[in-house]
Ligand binder design. Sequence first.
Ligand code: GRF
Length: 203
Amino acid sequence: MRIVVLVSGTGSNLQAVIDAIGAGRLPVEIAAVGADRPGTLGVERSAAAGLETFVIDFKTFSTRGEWDAALLAAVARYAPDYVVSSGFMRIVAADFIDAFPGRYVNTHPALLPAFPGAHGVRDALAYGVKVTGCTVHFADAGVDTGPIIAQTAVAVLPEDTEESLHERIKLAERSLLIRVLADLAAAPGLWCGNKQDDGGNHQ
Ligand code: GRF
């Protein structure tokens, strides 16, 4: 199973995937890693691991449509089975979703549909929930919407800050993402982006 991974930041979840592949625990090939801005640690880590990388720098495009088209072309070039948004902080265009139907996977640091958006950890903490977590889902053109594949709950501790909670969520998120990718590799197309396909609970 070939994947392209998209990142915007530190890429610690991506690093866990790279390590799992390196340790022979995940039968997946990372065809390339792409970012929406230059200088991300995620791309640095990927290059250090000998992976192909590309940057489609949002700031260098005069229109959103041009950036959308460039991102789609860059990813499609690798003909991936799945595209994984791992801390990729951009919503992709409908054309992108159409090009990879049921094959665009996103990770989010909250229990969707609660707390979507860029500040899922902060928002959960501010609301005062006692349990939050992470979600891996098939993304559509909305903000953290689309059929849920799997989730893990994480307890909120009284002393938690956004940083401490996010770090604990990321530990759960890494295992969850690796497990979902392993399941997809074992049964490609099983879920096809339609949560009613198998009626399963992938906890
Ligand atoms: C993850 O929690 C992801 O869900 C969120 O940003 C974080 C990315 O962390 N959108 P990293 O870049 O993998 O370290």
